[in-house]
Design a protein around this ligand. Structure first.
Ligand code: MN
Length: 332
């Protein structure tokens, strides 16, 4: 692990046990791991009697595929989130800027005498909290949340288990990147009452019809560059604003999982135009190239095999910047 000083679990659990007012934040455009982590920990703390809110910088609502994870209504839209002097917990968030419009809550909480607990598994975590449970070896942030729940003595129930399973199954690409411990955790969650088939279908196998039309346009313009990424090969495509008509950002996130199956390329990239002239890139590597290093060169971050960045420019600018960032790749 990098420069982040990591607190032991019991110190973090003490902080959680003592808290009466807790705001839990996921990163912008939360995925199942970020939101599942926040909702599982939030629910456990609410059951202990704390006042709990779960939020994220954007979008204004919980993404469609994750809505079922919040039956108790812990979510508060960013625009309505009150300032609080209590405990702030940032989950699955590698840097303060990944909190988006809620990034200012970090200094505000510290200035008001509160604590900021960062629970994360990103290799690039910057250590922006006052307390950290950061372990890049964890396959998902929900793994760290379960360690905290165990430390708190929280008994799993079907809802907690569902939130944790959501993060585990999605962050391991459906258990493709699994260790024995991954399946031991999954077994515990299934024992606690998760309906894996129902949950996984909602998370990963449900799309509006507009998704098919978007895919057709976006995959049609995919390009393969065998000489890029230091000769390891790059496959990429772009998702333009017009492609996203009637398609949520979460639907677009699935494109990279198709593009990255290209055997001729070590590195896959999907460049999404999130606003006119503003791009968000998702990078994936098959196993040889460290795409986190490339993402860091572009102002982003992530994991060695899955990383991302955002940058301004034209479509050609972004493709050129990506090629340059991968020109001399850091090898794993
Ligand atoms: Mn994660």
């Amino acid at each position: 692990m990098g420069p982040v000083a990591v607190d032991d679990l019991s110190t973090a659990a003490e902080l959680l046990r003592a808290a009466t007012d807790v705001t839990l934040l996921a990163h912008v455009n939360p995925d199942a791991d970020a939101l599942g982590s926040a909702l599982a920990l939030g629910t456990a703390l609410r059951r202990r009697g704390a006042t709990v809110r779960v939020s994220f910088g954007m979008p204004a609502e919980i993404p469609r595929s994750l809505r079922d994870l919040d039956p108790e209504g812990l979510f508060v839209p960013a625009a309505e989130l009150p300032m609080s002097a209590g405990l702030l917990v940032a989950l699955d968030t590698g840097s303060q800027s990944r909190l988006g419009r809620l990034a200012d809550r970090v200094p505000a909480t510290v200035a008001a005498g509160g604590h900021v607990l960062v629970v994360d598994h990103h290799a690039s975590n910057t250590g922006f909290g006052t307390h950290h449970v950061v372990d890049e070896r964890a396959e998902a942030t929900v793994v760290l949340v379960l360690r905290l729940l165990d430390e708190l003595g929280t008994e799993l129930d079907p809802h907690l288990a569902r939130c944790l399973y959501a993060g585990l199954v999605m962050d391991t690409s459906m258990f493709r990147r699994a260790r024995p411990e991954t399946h031991r955790m999954a077994a515990r969650l299934l024992d606690a009452g998760v309906d894996a088939e129902d949950l996984t279908r909602k998370l990963a196998d449900s799309h509006p019809f507009s998704w098919c039309r978007m895919l057709s346009a976006v995959l049609g313009r995919a390009r393969l560059e065998p000489d890029s990424a230091g000769g390891f090969g790059l496959v990429y495509t772009t998702v333009r604003l017009a492609d996203m008509d009637g398609v949520g950002l979460e639907e677009v996130e699935s494109v990279v999982d198709i593009v990255r199956t290209t055997v001729e390329a070590e590195v896959a990239a999907v460049l999404k135009e999130v606003a006119p002239g503003r791009w968000s890139g998702s990078l994936r590597a098959a196993g040889k190239v460290d795409v986190c290093a490339a993402a860091l060169r572009l102002g982003g971050g992530g994991h060695r095999l899955a990383a991302g960045f955002t940058a301004p420019g034209s479509e050609d600018d972004i493709v050129a910047a990506l090629r340059a960032a991968l020109a001399e790749p850091v090898l794993i």
